[in-house]
Ligand binder design. Structure first.
Ligand SMILES: C[S@@+](CC[C@H](N)C(=O)[O-])C[C@H]1O[C@@H](n2cnc3c(N)ncnc32)[C@H](O)[C@@H]1O
Length: 222
């Protein structure tokens, strides 16, 4: 019988290195995006792939949002220690009505979706017209490919994600490189006892981006 490996985001060493925000940049990019979109108290916001629920709580406490989280893993939900509003579901099948959210966050998760397009279709559906999509994720800095169920293995060039987002009908409002946050987290993971090859994503050249786009125009089926 083969060994089933625990994904990095469920390992203690990531929690030691990153705390409750299981991604590069922690709350810096969450807050930067909230400020950039002018997030107002009372806005309905969804965090897809919310992990331990840190962003759900942050958006409530700092910005006064009505926030919910979607998380696929029961292990993560059990560790979220009673953060309210977290629902177990797959991010590409959201249990919410259409045109419901003012903003949707997806932090370090989209690259894990089996079908990115299906996820973007669903994000589009649940966002109100002019609603904001906040993506931050790993991206590959070259054309290398790796078959692996890890953020690092599945990362694609940011331009590929931008193309998919725009094809869906979103207008990209902001695209920033935040790769130094990835280096910082990788160093902390090594410090927390990881093996260097794994932290460096098996030799792939990776970066980290923040992309904010807005739901506009008619439905794009393509
Ligand atoms: C790298 S962690 C990021 C967690 C959280 N967004 C954060 O930044 O702290 C990725 C998370 O996405 C969840 N996830 C992976 N695929 C998912 C999917 N298809 N739908 C919902 N959650 C998913 C994982 O279980 C994990 O908690």
């Amino acid at each position: 019988m083969g060994l089933v490996s625990v994904p990095l985001w469920e390992q203690e060493r990531l929690r030691i290195a990153a705390g409750s925000t299981l991604r590069p940049g922690g709350f810096s990019l969450t807050d930067r995006a909230a400020e950039a979109i002018g997030l107002l108290p009372g806005w309905r916001v969804l965090d897809v792939g919310c992990g331990l629920g840190a962003t759900v709580e942050r958006l409530r406490s700092r910005f006064g949002a009505q926030a919910w989280g979607i998380e696929i893993s029961d292990t993560q939900i059990a560790r979220s220690q009673g953060v309210s509003g977290i629902i177990q579901a797959c991010g590409d099948t959201l249990p919410f009505a259409s045109d419901f959210f003012d903003a949707l966050y997806c932090e370090c998760v989209l690259s894990l979706f089996p079908e990115q397009k299906k996820g973007l279709d669903e994000f589009w559906r649940v966002l109100k017209p002019n609603g904001f999509l906040v993506l931050s994720d790993l991206c590959s800095l070259d054309d290398s490919k790796m078959e692996s169920f890890s953020c690092a293995g599945r990362a694609v060039p940011v331009l590929q994600t931008q193309e998919a987002v725009e094809k869906k009908g979103f207008s990209v409002r902001l695209l920033e490189d935040h790769s130094p946050y990835l280096k910082e987290l990788a160093a902390k993971i090594i410090w927390a006892g990881n093996d260097e090859n794994e932290a460096c994503a098996c030799g792939r050249r990776l970066g980290y981006y923040l992309m904010i786009s807005q739901k506009q125009g008619a439905f794009h089926a393509g």
